[in-house]
Design a protein around this ligand. Sequence first.
Ligand code: ADP
Ligand code: MG
Length: 582
Amino acid sequence: MVGARQGAAKPLTGRDNPVAKAFRPIRSAFWGVAVVSFVINILMLTGPVFMLQVYDRVLASGSVPTLVVIGILAMVLYVFYGILEGIRGRILSRLGQRVDARLSGIVYKVSNSLPVRLGRRAAKLRPVQDLDTIRQFLSGPGPAAIFDIPWLPLYLGIVFLFHPLLGFVGLAGAIIITILIGVNEAMSRSPSEEAAGQAGRRAAVVESGQRNSEVVTAMGMQGALTSRWDAQNGEYLATQRRASDRTGVFGTAIKTIRFVLQSAILGVGAWLAIKQEITPGVMIAASIMTSRALAPIEQAVAQWRGFVASRQALKRLREVLQVADSEPEKMDLPLPTQKVNVEQVFCGPFGEAMPYVQNVTLELQSGDGLGVIGPSGSGKSTFARALVGATPALKGVIRYDGAELGQWPTTKRGEFIGYLPQDLQLFDGTIAENIARFNEEASPDKVIEAAKLADVHDMIVALPEGYNTVIGRTGRSLSAGQRQRVALARALYGNPFLVVLDEPNSNLDAEGESALTGAIKAMREKGSIVVVIAHRPSAIATVDKILCLKEGKMAGFGPKEEVLKQVVQPVQRVRAGMGPGR
Ligand code: ADP
Ligand code: MG
């Protein structure tokens, strides 16, 4: 696949999966927890054994010194137990943190690339939240309960040693509870999965409402949107309710069975004691032991939902990280300085059946200015995305001085590519950080040079905080035209060899347009290739070549005058007549 060549994404399987890698070093820690759990469970015998001694030795002999001695002994063991339980809790919570620390960087990186890689499928995936779910489960009481379950046979075995009949009663209880857990697991899986999907859709409704807050307010859409929200939330709650009803029923059933079991053991024990087959101490100890044995099961049932959710999160995370950008070390190629070749390129958003832009071939030389024209929806933005490598070409190749983009380390791309997207967004951060693309080693000189080139320097320094003004959702908002010029400066930062500007003048006034024209000219004089996508003729005043797209196909390419003569009349007629306005 061409995508693999361009995107530098390599499928990872099994042992190479970052999830497997993150868990591998902590496996030994899990062994440590298992050992601690072993000691904890042995120490948990303190209660029953103490009871046994009190009944059968102290009460029988009436010896107070004996009571004091075993009392102190039991106390010491309980203190040990408490300390170990604390240690186990701390280890587990740190394991959760470590898994998170190991994965969070790569998960964030992958989450940024999901929309490009998966198109609309990305909307359903929330890898960062999935990692949160896993950490929370690992740090909670769930894993401890799981580590305690294997000791159930030990306790039951001791009860068997007390008396086989008691053992059988306990075993029967354990089997019934285990079956209930199995059924519970099978029945709660699908509602839990469904609830996770609905949680995603619910979050999307919240997010789009916030994003469009002004539209909602201005046109009084609150009511309509709220009913939509209520419907979505209602579905979510219903699924949640179904999931928790089922787990609730089983949780209660299991708890009840434990009570019944405890009394049953006591009853059977009493009967055996009457027949003088066991002592009263054994009767009490067996009863305590059985309920101890089954306690972790109850704990596990309580933690079940968290366990299922984090297992599903783990599965999704493994899938998402399967194609992690685990870039192999790449040799450093020099930055391109000569030309860009587009060879029979087909491109479009991921996951769509047909590449929208088809069979584009052209060559651009250093210093060239290319204007891309065509009606709305003709594929100009789609082509621009492929040209800068934002979405890989589905077929054909784009070469920069002969080499495909995949040959450069991804971090190096920004040094020769500048891109101003059509629906631009700035990041939360200062203006300087935005222009420097959050490069930590950015020199102020380069930031100011780019800002001056985009003619936005004066506007920036007129702000009270100048270049340090925080913008974005958490900061000051700029006007659409100001944002466009800051984004232009970001595209021009570092004098990249290829600058692609998608409708850069859509929000500009006359002054802004002349700044844009100046910037394009200056960049071309420095030897850059500038590609401008434009509706209005003013922006293509400073280009020498034109590509005209119509319904995704090349309707003309060549020197400006020639192409304009050939295509602009018909294009304008189409626009005036039909006004697709997409
Ligand atoms: P232009 O920039 O020339 O106005 P675009 O390149 O944005 O046109 O869009 C070309 C076509 O591709 C349109 O029909 C548009 O609906 C479609 N398109 C653009 N982006 C997406 C997307 N993310 N998913 C599906 N179709 C898309
Ligand atoms: Mg467009």
